[in-house]
Design a protein around this ligand. Sequence first.
Ligand SMILES: [Zn+2]
Ligand SMILES: [Zn+2]
Length: 212
Amino acid sequence: MLQYLTVPVTAFQQNCTIVWCDETMDAAVIDPGGDLPRITAAASGAGVTLKAIWITHAHLDHAGAAAELARALSLPIIGPHPDDQFWIDGLAEQGRRFGMPAGEPFVPTRWLHDGDTVQIGHCTLNVRHCPGHTPGHVVFHSPEAHRAFVGDVLFAGSIGRTDFPRGNHGDLIRSITERLWPLGDDTVFIPGHGPESTFGQERETNPFVGGT
Ligand SMILES: [Zn+2]
Ligand SMILES: [Zn+2]
């Protein structure tokens, strides 16, 4: 069964999440945006072995430290979708703009596409391409655990910003209503920032996508 713990990182309190298979204790890190010592300490504390880095999208607070972590522990970087290439190329510039340590560009070991799966230990998660916040944003869904790791697509009570280059509000709404809602009302989602919620709760009460 899939287990996870969330480690808020960077000045943006981004929910870096360590997910693991509790049979093998192999783990993947979703969105190591920064604060690597905190992430590796959390992994050690959980008694898991980091085997891979999974990226939802290439904003600095999510992907800024992926290259450094990959190099330090010889981990593959999996994701995001190729449409985020320009954000990866701009990781250093993003750091300058936000007055944060520069992110380091990387070449993913494997790009992700809608319908792909990723594996950690005996756990398989499904990949959905959810453009809108960024064009190459992906989310990871575990049907077995009823959990979805959705980055900056959807938040408790809010949705991702679409005022960045190549952001698209219509795409984001379609991603949420056509690719997240079908995963089921009882699915708990872990957003890139802030507290967890369920798709059912957001369908009822989220002012941006409620009633859809
Ligand atoms: Zn973002
Ligand atoms: Zn974010």
